[in-house]
Design a protein around this ligand. Sequence first.
Ligand SMILES: [Zn+2]
Length: 399
Amino acid sequence: MRKAVIFFLLTLSCFGAMGESKIWRKGYTFLNLLEDYHIPLKLYYNLSAEDKELTAEIYAGVQYQILRNKNGQLIQALIPIGEDVQIHIYKQGINYFLIFTPIKYFQKSHTLALEVQNSPHQDIFEQSKDLGLANEFLNTYKSSINFKREVIKGDKLAILYERKYRFGEAFGIPNIQATLMQTNKTPNYLIAYNDRYYNLLGKEVAGFLLQMPLSQVYITSRFSQARKHPVLKKVIRPHFGIDLRARVGTTVRSAGSGKVVSAGNKGGYGKAIEISHEGGLRTLYAHLSSIDKKIKVGSYVKQGQIIGKSGNTGISSGPHLHFGLYKNNRPLNPLGSIKTTRSELKGKDKVTYLVYAQKQKALLDDELEKLTSNNTSATTQGKLNKSEPLKDFNPSENR
Ligand SMILES: [Zn+2]
C-alpha cells in the first residue's frame, strides 16, 4: 500500500506523463474503461464479489483522473465512489492493480443569507453560483414549505453549509447544517442532526418515509462507510448498502414511491433496479433474478409495489438482496433511515439536540441581522461588501 502511494507520487512527477480530468458518462461501465485503455479485463474478473459491487458504484457525472505515459498507456486512474473513497488503478511493471484509497479533499464552511427577489432557488443560485446548494435547499424544505404559494419577494433566508473541494473544485453535494426561511415574518428553522432535519423543538421535519423491500428482514451484511484502518493505515472497504437474506424468487417491493431510473444489468450488482424518490433520495435493489414487466426506465412506482424477484445475479456468494440508499449519490445506511413515521427526539438525545439547535439558530439569526443592517440583498461569508466604506472594515472586529 505504501509502495503504491510512493509509486503514484513518482509517476506523477515522471517526465512525459499526461494527466487528464474526465467526466464519467451515463451508461459507461468499469469494463468499458478497461477496454478503452487496453487494460486486461481480468483486473475486473479477478476482483472479489464485494469489490465488483463497488466498481458498479461509479456514478454518471463524477469527475475522474487519468494519467498516461508518453506512449498513451494508462499508468494511473483515480475514480471516486461515494464522497470519501476512490478506486485507484495503477500499473506496476507490466501488471495492473486496483486498490481503494481515501479521496483527498478539503472542507470549508459557508454561510449564505439573502432577501428573496425572484425565487429562493434562483436567488441562491445567483448568489452562490452553486446549483447543488439551490437544489438541496428546496429538498430540505420539501415537506414543510410550499415555495410557490408561501414565499414572496422580500422574504429572507439564511443557510449554514459545508462544501467539499477536490482539485480546486466543489465536489459532491453541499451539506446543509442549518437553515432558516422566513416567510411572512414567520421563521422556519431546520437543523441537521444525525443525517436528518428537525425543527427547534426536536421534531423531525424533512424525514423520508421508506419501508423495507422484503417482508421478512434478516441482515447478513451491514452498511459501512470507507474507514481508514487505525493501525494498518489502509482503507477498509466500504459496503454501500445492506444485504438481506432471501431465497431466489422472493418478492421485492419498492421502498418508496418514485421514478425508475435504471433497470437491468449493473456490473457487480447483477440485475438491478434503481428508483429515485423525492428529496434527492435513490434506492438500489441488486442481484435480482427477475425484474417485473411494469418496471421500465421512466415509469412511476408506488411505495410497496412489486418491482421484481430476488436472486444471485452478479455474485459468487449465496442468494441475497443488496439494498442501497443514497442521498444525492452519497450512500446512507438504510437501517438508520427506514421509518414509517417521522420521529421526535427523546431523552438525553433531545437535551443535547436542543442546546445544539439554539447555537445554530443564533448563527442563522446573526446572518439575517447582518443582512438587514447591511441593507443589501445578500451577504456571503468572507466577501467584502464593496458598498461599505473601507474605514468600517476591521478584520479583527469582524472575526
Ligand atoms: Zn451487498
